[in-house]
Write a new protein. Structure first.
Length: 224
């Protein structure tokens, strides 16, 4: 996939996730509004007091991630300029992922999860482990975990959506195992056996988060 594929999605201002490299070696994940400047440059604006300007490592790559109707597009970028306390100018260098089209739209969401392997009939077949959601949709979830289970493992999960007063219990299957630049293990889990009421809880959160992103775009665009 060409980097122009992602840039074409940013012709109109879009809310994106930006992973900003820090001098201590970590990366800070922020929501921002991206706008294409030309064929290679992207300007990303943030709300006040969000961008850790003094801690940014300008020699390392930043990452832009955007959810589209066809999946998730990600782009490595060099930091061309720290324009202000609320704005970065990034140069697109390398497209790194293009996930397949999903039936459900996916949003970021960080919730504690307990999970354990089960047999095809649902009986426990392993120890309980814990993780944290990275993003979630009505069709599945991406988990940050200490140790990954094999692909095709069937799981029972309890997702603690505490801030929203909800707990979601369901069966899923590990469909993908990946590692990120930070070295954390991740598992992509597809929901297989879920009551409609449980799925409705997740969809309600996704819709609320989508509305929050729209408000963010209005706030940021209104200040730049």
């Amino acid at each position: 996939m060409s980097s122009l594929t992602l840039l074409s999605h940013l012709q109109d201002s879009k809310v994106v996730r930006v992973f900003v490299p820090l001098k201590n070696g970590d990366r800070k994940r922020l929501d921002g509004v991206a706008k294409v400047v030309n064929d290679t440059l992207v300007e990303v604006s943030f709300l006040p007091d969000q961008l850790p300007v003094s801690d940014i490592e300008i020699l390392q790559k930043a990452l832009i991630s955007l959810d589209t109707g066809d999946g998730t597009l990600s782009l490595n970028c060099s930091i061309e300029k720290i324009v202000s306390d609320e704005k970065l100018l990034l140069m697109a260098t390398e497209s790194i992922s293009h996930e397949q089209k999903r039936e459900w739209f996916r949003v970021d969401g960080n919730f504690a999860v307990k999970y354990w392997p089960v047999t095809e009939k649902g009986a426990p077949s392993g120890d309980t482990a814990t993780g944290e959601t990275i993003d979630i949709s009505g069709g599945g979830v991406r988990l940050a975990v200490k140790e990954c289970l094999p692909v095709r493992t069937r799981l029972r999960m309890e997702i603690e959506m505490a801030e929203h007063g909800e707990k979601v219990t369901c069966i899923g299957r590990v469909m993908r195992v990946i590692r990120t630049f930070s070295g954390r293990s991740q598992m992509g889990v597809q929901f297989e056996d879920m009551e409609n009421e449980e799925r409705d809880k997740i969809v309600a959160f996704c819709l609320a988060e989508q509305r929050r992103q729209l408000r963010l775009k209005v706030q940021v665009v209104g200040t730049v």
